[in-house]
Design a protein around this ligand. Structure first.
Ligand code: C2E
Ligand code: CA
Ligand code: CA
Length: 736
C-alpha cells in the first residue's frame, strides 16, 4: 500500500459525512487521518490537535483493550460492526461515552468510525447488557471483590465524570471500600473502623433515609477537608450516597459516587445508582451462602479469626514461596479457671476481647489465628530480628493485661508467649512445634512472660517427649513403684490411713519422683494409664492389708488422681473392677486444687456418683487454688488437706497460722476431716492439736515408704501408735 496523501483521506471523509455527523477516518496503524467538523464537539480541542495522532491517546484506558480488539476485527473482516460504547477523551482529562460503529473501507486500509451521542434508550440497553455481564461474572465463581469492582466500573461508565466507591462489610464487621480505580489513602482513611451498623457521615445519613442522599459543595464541608486538600480530589464537588439492600430488605452496603459536578443527579444517574445498589445486594446475598460454607471451614466462629486449618494454609503458602516468617504462640494463663469459675459465657467473652485486642495491636503484616481453645497464634510476615518479635510479643502482653470486665468483675488477663522463626521454606509444623515448646517453657516459669525458642528449650521438649515415650514403656515393664506415707489421727496418734505416692525406678536416670514425670504424663492421655496403674496397685495392697490383722487394718488408703482421671466416664467401672466392695468404702481419692478443672460440671457429676458409691474424696493442696470454698460447696468432699506451704510457715508467720486456723474452721463448718500436710516439727504438731486439726501427715511421723518398712514400723512392734521415739529409722532407698 503506497502513501496515501491528505487529500485522499479528506475525500474519503466527504464521502461518508452527510454534513452533520461525527465521523473519523482511521488508518490501519490506528492513526486518525481525518475528522468531520462536528467531531470537534466530541474532542473539545482543535481538530489539528487530533489529526495524524494515534487514537490510542483518545480512548479511555479501561476501554482501550476492547476498542483495539474490535478495531482489528473490523480491519480483517470487511463489514459493519454493531455499535459499542467507548469513552472518548474530551478536552484534557475528561472522557465522554459515545456509541461507536465502524466500517472497513479501501480493502482494510482504513476504517470509518461513526460516533453518536448516547441516548437514554441506548444507555438503558447498555446498562442491561453490562448488568448481565456482572451477574455472569459472579455466576462463574469469580471472587466477590472482582464482581464488586466490575459493578463500580459499571457505575463509573454510566455516570459521567464520577468515581464510585462500593462499601461492603467484611467478616469482622468493618466496612471495606472497593473502587475500579485505586482509592487514595485520604479517602480510604475516612472509613477506618466504620461498620455497617454504625457507618459515619454521609453513609449513616443514607442508611437512615433508605434513599440516595446528596452532599453539595464538598470542598467546603469540614469532614471533606482532608480529602479536598489533595488537589486531585478537590475536583469532586458533590457526592451521592445510595444504600444497597439485599432482596430481603436488609442493608447490605453502600455505593458512594464522587462527582465533579455539583448539580442534582438526573433521572438516568439516579437509576444507575439504584441499580448498582440492588446489584450489590443481590451479589452479596448470593455469595453469602457459599461464603458462609467456606468461611465456616476456615474461620473460628467465636472470634472471627482464622482457625487451625487457615493457619496451616497460611503458613504453607509462605513456606512454599520460601518467605520467612515469625510465629508467636499465645496461651492464656488460668483460662480454664476463668471458664470454670466465672462461667463459659465469661470465657467466651474473654476470648472475643483478647482476639479484638490482638488484632488491634498487631503490625500490618501480621495476622492472628485461633487454632483452638485458649490458644492464639500470630504469624508475622517478613524476616524479623528476634528483638523485634520480642517487642511485638511484649506489646501484646501489655495490651492483654489492660483491665477487662468479665462477668461484672474487672480482671487482668495474663498469657504466656513462645516465639519461633521460619527462615523461609522450613516445615511449618516444625516452626509451630517450636513456638509451642517456647510457650510451654514460658508457662513453666510461672506464666505472664515471653520466651524465644532456643536449643535448650528444644532439648527440654525432646527430653519431655522421650520421657513420655519411656513412661509408656515403664508401665508395661513394671518400673513404677508405690510408696505409702502414713496419715496420723491427732486425737489418738494412731495411723488413720496411708497415702499412696508413685515413684519411677528409671533404668538410667535412677529413682524419679512424681514431680519429674507426672506433669509430662498430664500432657497426654498417658496420665490416665498412670493413674489407673496406681489405683489398681493400691487397691490390691488394701485388699492384702484387709486380709491380715495388723494395725494397718482397717485403714483408709488415699490415691492421687489427676483431674483428667476424675472426670473419665468409666471411673466408677474402674473402681468396681479394682476394689472389692469392702475395700471401696476405705478408698479415698485426692484431687489437687493446683490444677484447674477443664470440665467443672462433668467433675461435679463425677463427684456425686463417687460419693453415692461411698468413695471418700479429699481436696488436696487446699488453699492453693483460686476457689477453695467454691470447691467445697461444689464437690462436697469428705476431707480437705491443708497445703504444706501453710503448715511449714505457720510457726514463723501469724498470717499463715490464721490461714491454717480458718481452713480447720471451714472443715468444722462443713463437717469435713481436715488433714495437715508436711508436718516436720513437734511445734507444728502442738499447734495443730491445739487448733483441733483431725489428721496430719509429714516427715515428723514418717516419710513415704515401701510396704515392708511401713509394716515393720506400724506393725506389731508399736501397735500402730506413733510417738516421737518412733522416727524414721528405716532407710530403704525408696523411702523418700
Ligand atoms: P501431694 O499429693 O501433696 O503429696 C505429698 C507430697 O509431699 C509427697 O511428695 C510427699 O513425699 C511430700 N511430703 C510429705 N510429707 C512431707 C514433709 O513433711 N515435708 C516435705 N518437704 N514433703 C513432704 P511426692 O511424693 O514427691 O509427690 C508430689 C506430688 O505428686 C504429690 O503431691 C501429688 O500431687 C503428685 N503425685 C504423687 N503420686 C501421684 C500419683 O500416683 N498420681 C498422680 N496423679 N499424682 C501423684
Ligand atoms: Ca496428695
Ligand atoms: Ca498435697
Amino acid at each position: 500500500m503506497g502513501r496515501i496523501d491528505t487529500q485522499v483521506w479528506q475525500a474519503l471523509l466527504d464521502d461518508h459525512d452527510r454534513g452533520d455527523e461525527l465521523v473519523v477516518i482511521v488508518d490501519s496503524g490506528f492513526v486518525l487521518r481525518a475528522a468531520s467538523e462536528r467531531t470537534q464537539e466530541a474532542f473539545a480541542v482543535p481538530l489539528s490537535d487530533v489529526i495524524d495522532q494515534s487514537i490510542v491517546g483518545l480512548i479511555h484506558e479501561s476501554d482501550l483493550e476492547r476498542a483495539l480488539g474490535a478495531f482489528e476485527q473490523t480491519t480483517s473482516h470487511e463489514g459493519l460492526r454493531p455499535p459499542d460504547v467507548y469513552r472518548v477523551k474530551q478536552g484534557l482529562d475528561t472522557y465522554k461515552p459515545f456509541d461507536v460503529s465502524g466500517e472497513t473501507v479501501m480493502e482494510g486500509a482504513a476504517v470509518v468510525f461513526r460516533l453518536s451521542e448516547i441516548t437514554n434508550r441506548r444507555r438503558a440497553e447498555m446498562l442491561a447488557i453490562e448488568q448481565i455481564e456482572v451477574l455472569e461474572l459472579q455466576g462463574s465463581g469469580r471472587p466477590r471483590s472482582e464482581c464488586l469492582t466490575a459493578l463500580a466500573n459499571l457505575c463509573d461508565r454510566h455516570v459521567e465524570g464520577s468515581v464510585a466507591i462500593v462499601h461492603v462489610p467484611t467478616p469482622d464487621g468493618n466496612l471495606e471500600q472497593i473502587c475500579a480505580s485505586p482509592i487514595p489513602d485520604d479517602i480510604r482513611a475516612r472509613f477506618v473502623n466504620q461498620t455497617l451498623r454504625d457507618p459515619g457521615g454521609n453513609l449513616s445519613e443514607a442508611a437512615e433515609r433508605g434513599l440516595s442522599f446528596i452532599e453539595h459543595g464538598l470542598t467546603d464541608l469540614p469532614h471533606w477537608a482532608a480529602v479536598s486538600s489533595s488537589l486531585e480530589h478537590a475536583e469532586y464537588r458533590s457526592c451521592v450516597t445510595t444504600p444497597a439492600h439485599r432482596p430481603t430488605g436488609e442493608l447490605a452496603g453502600f455505593v458512594e459516587v464522587l462527582r465533579r459536578s455539583d448539580r442534582r443527579p438526573d433521572n438516568a444517574e439516579l437509576s444507575v445508582h439504584a441499580l448498582v445498589g440492588r446489584l450489590i445486594g443481590l451479589i452479596l446475598d448470593r455469595m453469602s451462602f457459599e461464603e458462609a460454607l467456606s468461611e465456616a471451614a476456615f474461620t473460628d466462629e467465636l472470634t472471627g479469626l482464622g482457625n487451625r486449618r487457615q493457619l496451616q494454609e497460611h503458613m504453607r503458602g509462605l513456606s512454599m514461596r520460601r518467605e520467612p516468617f515469625g510465629l508467636l504462640g499465645i496461651d492464656i494463663d488460668q483460662f480454664a479457671w476463668i471458664n470454670n469459675n466465672l462461667g463459659h459465657a465469661a470465657g467466651d467473652q474473654l476470648l472475643i476481647e483478647v482476639s479484638r485486642r490482638l488484632r488491634s495491636a498487631l503490625p500490618p503484616d501480621a495476622e492472628a489465628f485461633r487454632p483452638g481453645g485458649d490458644e492464639f497464634v500470630i504469624v508475622v510476615e517478613h524476616e524479623r530480628r528476634s528483638e523485634d518479635l520480642l517487642a511485638i510479643a511484649k506489646n501484646l502482653l501489655a495490651v492483654m493485661r489492660e483491665p477487662m470486665s468479665l462477668a461484672k468483675t474487672e480482671r487482668r488477663v495474663n498469657a504466656s508467649i513462645g516465639i519461633s522463626k521460619s527462615v523461609g521454606g522450613s516445615d511449618p509444623e516444625r516452626v509451630l512445634a517450636r513456638a509451642d515448646a517456647a510457650m510451654y517453657a514460658a508457662k513453666r516459669e510461672g506464666g505472664a512472660g515471653v520466651r524465644m525458642f532456643s536449643e535448650p528449650i528444644g532439648q527440654e521438649m525432646m527430653r519431655r517427649m522421650a520421657l513420655a515415650d519411656e513412661l509408656r514403656g515403664a508401665i508395661a515393664n513394671n518400673e513404677l513403684r508405690l510408696v505409702y506415707q502414713p496419715v496420723i489421727d491427732l486425737a489418738t496418734m494412731r495411723v488413720a490411713g496411708v497415702e499412696a505416692l508413685v515413684r519411677w525406678e528409671h533404668p538410667s536416670h535412677g529413682l524419679l519422683g512424681p514431680n519429674e514425670f507426672v506433669p509430662v504424663a498430664e500432657e497426654s492421655t498417658l496420665i490416665l494409664e498412670l493413674d489407673e496403674w496406681v489405683l489398681t496397685r493400691a487397691s490390691a495392697q488394701l485388699d492384702r492389708w484387709t486380709a491380715t490383722r495388723t494395725p494397718l487394718n482397717p485403714l483408709e488408703l488415699w490415691v492421687n488422681l489427676s483431674a483428667r482421671s476424675f472426670i473419665r466416664p468409666d471411673l466408677r467401672r474402674l473402681l468396681d473392677k479394682v476394689a472389692t466392695p469392702s475395700a471401696r468404702g476405705r478408698i479415698g481419692l485426692e484431687l489437687t486444687e493446683r490444677d484447674p478443672i477443664e470440665d467443672l460440671e462433668g467433675a461435679i457429676r463425677a463427684f456425686q456418683r463417687l460419693r453415692s458409691d461411698g468413695v471418700l474424696i479429699a481436696i488436696d493442696d487446699f488453699g492453693t487454688g483460686l476457689a477453695s470454698l467454691q470447691r467445697v460447696a461444689d464437690f462436697e468432699p469428705s476431707n480437705i488437706k491443708i497445703d504444706r506451704s501453710f503448715v511449714s510457715r505457720m510457726s514463723t508467720s501469724p498470717k499463715f497460722q490464721m490461714v491454717v486456723e480458718s481452713i480447720i474452721d471451714i472443715g468444722r463448718r462443713f463437717d469435713l476431716i481436715v488433714t495437715a500436710e508436711g508436718v516436720e516439727e513437734l511445734g507444728q504438731l502442738a499447734v495443730l492439736q491445739e487448733l483441733g486439726c483431725h489428721h496430719a501427715q509429714g516427715f515428723l511421723f514418717a516419710r513415704p515408704m515401701v510396704v515392708s518398712d511401713l509394716e515393720r514400723l506400724f506393725g506389731s512392734s508399736i501397735d500402730g501408735i506413733w510417738s516421737p521415739s518412733v522416727t524414721n529409722e528405716t532407710a530403704d532407698r525408696l523411702n523418700v
